[in-house]
Design a protein around this ligand. Sequence first.
Ligand SMILES: NC(=O)c1ccc[n+]([C@@H]2O[C@H](COP(=O)([O-])OP(=O)(O)OC[C@H]3O[C@@H](n4cnc5c(N)ncnc54)[C@H](OP(=O)(O)O)[C@@H]3O)[C@@H](O)[C@H]2O)c1
Length: 315
Amino acid sequence: MGTVLNRALTAAGHEVVVLTRRPVGPDEVHWDGRSPGPWTGAIDGSDVVINLAGRSVSCRYTPANLRVMMDSRVLSTRVVGEAIGAAARPPRVWLQMSTATVYAHRFDAPNDEAAGVIGGTEPAVPGYWSYSVDIAKAWEREQERAAAPHTRKVALRSAMVMSPDRGGVFDVLSWLARLGLGGPVAGGAQYVSWIHDHDFVRAVEFLVDRDDLAGPVNLAAPEPLPQRAFMRALRTAWRVPVGLPATRWMAEVGALALRSDTELLLKSRRVVPGRLLEAGFAFTYPRWPEAARDLARRRRGGRRGTSGPVRASTG
Ligand SMILES: NC(=O)c1ccc[n+]([C@@H]2O[C@H](COP(=O)([O-])OP(=O)(O)OC[C@H]3O[C@@H](n4cnc5c(N)ncnc54)[C@H](OP(=O)(O)O)[C@@H]3O)[C@@H](O)[C@H]2O)c1
């Protein structure tokens, strides 16, 4: 997502400084994601801070991985908050990544920010699923408690961002679909929430500009859909006629082979953008079939472009 945002913001003429553990280019500054250092100079005087740091969640949920998933998010958020709090010229706004996974596994109704049910106590789901919710809650709590009185704080409860970039979630799902494996998983009734990369960038711009919006905001297209229908539309976009169904057990084996976890496939994420819509944000891609068609076209053509004017960002 940093790549997607950096590309769009740089193209729009903004000066983007990237904090990374392995700086390469001239616009990249070293940090370790947990302790203060010279990097705080990049925050002081910036207009906007966007913190995306966090160990990938696409991994086996071993105790060691879960610990790094938690620490990389909580500690980076803490140290960003401290840097903003200590800045002589603090940024106007701090967009902090969070996740739509904070909401409960449910089928009956969509989760918006006002009436949505926070997860962690659902019956009949594997106990360890609550850990992802705990991470999300701890992540948001860290931003809330940061002493940054001159900076507007927004938590981005983002659904899966679909972009044509290699290695992203759209790439992986497209690969499965093209192998003929893009069928329903465990019945396919579980909802998939998603957002097109173009709308993700536009939503970030919108939240930067709208001084009246603070706190948690869902970044998800308004029409999440069951996984069965989601994969059907993806297959149509790739013109693949069939997708073999997979049982829960087959999903376990597949997740093991891909060094990932079945929670990512089986949790029903039914999340809608209540606050964005209320604030007047219009999605360019509100529906998945059109979004999938656009993404597949760009993937085939090797084009990755998104657009959008924002300010400087960090993360
Ligand atoms: N992609 C999605 O659809 C999606 C949806 C909702 C939420 N999110 C969240 O949004 C953030 C960005 O997502 P992404 O897909 O762009 O993830 P990503 O490609 O895995 O990038 C996350 C970045 O975090 C940094 N990082 C990783 N492990 C770290 C650690 N132990 N300590 C400090 N920094 C570490 C890395 O930057 P360096 O290697 O440059 O230091 C890495 O590039 C993540 O926190 C993710 O959970 C993503």
